[in-house]
Design a protein around this ligand. Structure first.
Ligand code: KG4
Ligand code: ZN
Length: 339
């Protein structure tokens, strides 16, 4: 069974062909990050326009690389929320057009559910786990959720951020430190080789599995002001070292709290394994720390499948279609869709 997966909820126009929910036949991502870089964040209007321009070339490339035509498709899965309204609209309406003209079932997918299904894609050995329940960490630019996955497509969100998402915090911290966009990969890059001279507080929010990341962002801002690197000034002696140490301190603060709460939840709910998904779980320190602390198997997609992609949407679409679940052609977008 071949599913075409389409993802346009944020700043990546992505399409992929996945066979039987697990085998990647193609996975094409047209990133708009260069377009948004000069603004230091995503501009929704630019995002919608770029999706519009990239949609058909990306879909055609995904079919070409997979070596199939639309005749060989069994369904079209598309993200219909959560995300930027205009960006979602381009993907959903274009996917509807394809579903109608190619006469294929349309499957609307929740982007968060998609991130979970990256775990089912190639190179992930589910024989290491013993089935459900699993605990999923979804950490992205818009979400930091701890989800109990009771079975395929059955979820309960147990913990969530009460303010900024982890990815959003990384992006804002990078701006304070004068680093590029997106901030997560930049903070990871400059942190390498840090001596660990700086320390930032942990936002533990005791007795809850919820998160809060806005306080630590403010703490970083105050520290950057104190060290003279914010507002940006090139004549601070040792600027590069200070940025490296502050970036590392910020990364460690997030990694410590996120991994601790994930492991705490896994024990509390007696799960059989852990799943990581979302752009922030591409972070090398986070991955390393979770594996080191977890007594249970951890399914970690390769970094390219942690950030937004069409493969995860297609995989999730396969599991829905297998259960006879698909959408009608009046499928709408829902920018605030929850799990
Ligand atoms: O899942 P994703 O690609 O898009 C959303 O659904 O939001 O996540 C994007 C977020 C951005 O905030 C980006 O800074 C963060 O993921 N990110 C990272 C890393 N790579 C991407 N954060 C920390 N370390 C990384 N290596
Ligand atoms: Zn995402």
């Amino acid at each position: 069974m071949n599913i075409l997966g389409i993802e346009t909820s944020c700043d990546d126009t992505a399409a992929a062909v996945i066979q039987n929910g697990t085998t990647i036949r193609s996975n094409v991502v047209a990133s708009q990050k260069e377009m948004h870089k000069k603004y230091g964040g995503i501009i929704p209007e630019i995002s919608s326009r770029e999706h519009f321009l990239n949609f058909l070339p990306v879909v055609n490339e995904a079919l070409d690389i997979a070596g199939i035509t639309y005749h060989d498709l069994d369904g079209i899965a598309v993200t219909n929320g959560p995300g930027l309204a205009g960006a979602l609209l381009v993907g959903v309406n274009s996917a509807k057009g394809l579903a109608m003209s190619w006469d294929k079932p349309l499957i609307g997918i929740n982007h968060l559910e998609g991130h979970i299904y990256s775990a089912w894609l190639e190179n992930n050995d589910f024989s290491k786990t013993h089935g459900f329940p699993m605990v999923c960490l979804i950490a992205s630019g818009g979400h930091t959720d701890l989800v109990l996955m009771k079975d395929h497509l059955v979820y309960e969100t147990i913990g969530r951020t009460v303010d900024d998402a982890a990815g959003e915090a990384f992006d804002k911290a990078a701006r304070v430190l004068g680093l590029g966009f997106p901030g997560g990969p930049e903070i990871q890059r400059v942190s390498e080789g840090a001596a660990g001279d700086e320390h930032l507080p942990r936002a533990w929010m005791r007795d809850t599995l919820d998160f809060s990341f806005s306080g630590i962002k403010t703490a970083l801002l105050h520290m950057a002001q104190d060290r003279g690197i914010y507002p940006s000034s090139e004549d601070v002696v040792d600027r590069q070292r200070i940025v490296r140490e502050l970036a590392a301190a910020f990364q460690e603060s997030i990694v410590d709290v996120v991994s601790a709460k994930l492991i705490e939840m896994a024990a509390k709910y007696k799960v059989k394994g852990l799943i990581l998904g979302g752009g922030v779980t591409a972070n090398a320190r986070l991955r390393e720390e979770i594996v080191a602390r977890s007594p249970l198997p951890v399914i970690i997609p390769p970094p390219i499948l942690c950030t937004d992609n069409g493969a995860m949407i297609a995989s999730c679409g396969f599991f829905h279609l297998q259960r006879g679940q698909y959408s009608s052609l009046d499928l709408d977008v829902n920018p605030a869709l929850s799990l």
